[in-house]
Design a protein around this ligand. Structure first.
Ligand SMILES: C[S@@+](CC[C@H](N)C(=O)[O-])C[C@H]1O[C@@H](n2cnc3c(N)ncnc32)[C@H](O)[C@@H]1O
Length: 183
């Protein structure tokens, strides 16, 4: 059991066949592929990344698995340019740097916060935003230290914010966060 497993379990509850979703951090494409499998051919998956290398990897993985998604080379903070408000079932963020990529390029609090704010406007009522906070190592602690207090400011009349902890892990456990937009 790890953060990825937990995230996928929760996402699978919210994303049904024919659903519409966004992978805000495409990386090597494993989450994008998972979303494509859940949404099926009738669904729609869009993945963002700021690195061409990430989108190339994602495209290759999708081709190998016979899956299809729209891949956009842009920062996730601009996601609202591409969608109508309240049109998305699930938005997924896996923060940090590209695995086996450039460790100097990683998600930063300011753009992540802006992306979460836009993404919440795009979510349907009853929809899910999953944000897995990875930190430590080359990406440091700044993003996590700022995100946790920020997430506690989201209006509790509109959103439920569930933060999970791997309580007995010795070092830098990832923090899967699930934000559900109230119906
Ligand atoms: C931990 S990886 C994502 C892993 C991925 N979900 C997978 O299945 O392999 C984080 C990714 O976020 C990307 N990223 C960093 N800042 C970003 C931004 N502002 N907008 C979109 N992607 C960003 C990085 O380039 C990196 O590929």
């Amino acid at each position: 059991m790890n953060a990825l497993w937990l995230t996928h379990q929760v996402v699978a509850r919210f994303l049904k066949r024919g659903g519409t979703c966004i992978d805000a951090t495409a990386g090597r494409g494993y989450d994008t592929a998972f979303l494509c499998e859940l949404a099926g051919d009738e669904g729609s998956v869009t993945a963002f990344d700021i690195q061409q290398e990430a989108l190339d990897s994602t495209r290759q993985l999708l081709e190998e698995r016979g899956l299809r998604a729209r891949l956009i080379l842009d920062s996730h903070e601009n996601m609202a340019k591409y969608f109508e408000s309240e049109s998305i079932d699930v938005i997924l963020f896996n923060l940090g740097y590209l695995p086996k990529g450039d460790h100097a390029v990683y998600t930063r609090f300011e753009s992540t916060r802006a992306a979460i704010e836009s993404g919440l406007g795009l979510l349907k009522r009853g929809g899910l935003m999953s944000v897995c906070i990875y930190y430590g190592g080359d990406s440091g602690y700044e993003e996590k230290e700022a995100l946790i207090p920020y997430l506690s400011t989201l209006d509790d009349g509109q959103y439920q914010v569930l933060m999970t902890t791997f309580h007995n892990w010795k070092k830098d456990p990832p923090i899967p966060v699930f934000i559900i937009k109230q119906r």
